[in-house]
Design a protein around this ligand. Sequence first.
Ligand code: ZN
Length: 258
Amino acid sequence: MLVEPERTPYDLRFRAFGFPVRVHPWFWIGSALMGSQLLKAGPEFLLAWVAVVFVSLLVHELGHAIAFRRFGSHADIVLYAFYGLAIPTHEVYGRGRKIIISLAGPFAGFALCGLVYGSQQAFEWADPRRSVLVWFVYDRLFWVNIVWGVLNLLPVFPLDGGQVSRELCGRFWGPRGKRISLKISFGCALLMVAYSIFCVMDMRGAGAGFTALFPSWFPPGTVFTAILFGFLAYQSYQLLGRSAWEDHHWDDRVPWER
Ligand SMILES: [Zn+2]
């Protein structure tokens, strides 16, 4: 599961829309590593990439945080390498509310994407003939928010889609729902690994060139998505084992002691 990273003296702290935000030093390192091949184009492109990741992740977490506030809980935002957290100060109850909170992150990203696209249509602030760097910022802001939003909606733990899937499975199958959603998560993550490996092999010329036929808006899998979903598949598998144990061992502690 995603755990809150420890506090460090190098954390950047500020407030956004009234929510305390803490940026862990690993955020900068992880984001720079993710875009390290941009250094070939120039350090300004790498800096622009880190800025795009920063804004996109912050907007995503703000989406969750604003939904928490709507349901009566304050929230702290933490940005870490490859993920962010919106940590509520109070538990929010109800499947419908939890689903709305989970969806609020990706949809905040889609809203940002719409804003970026709409402002470009209205003002044409990005033009590759005038500035390649500004165009790069426009292009990445647009695609990062679409692609990450869609990936996040996959029913894989602990992504937002995995949280929605758990609530929906609980709604339909009651206590069995948690295990069913973990099986869905495991299967879906394995499919993503297979898809990513297929795309990587294909793009290296080992396949029949199928990825070249994808429409430009359809994201191919990468080494990064193969590793990420491989890790998430393993995590779901472990959680399945643990939930099988919990189902067969009586735990007589009262819920608030667990
Ligand atoms: Zn999220």
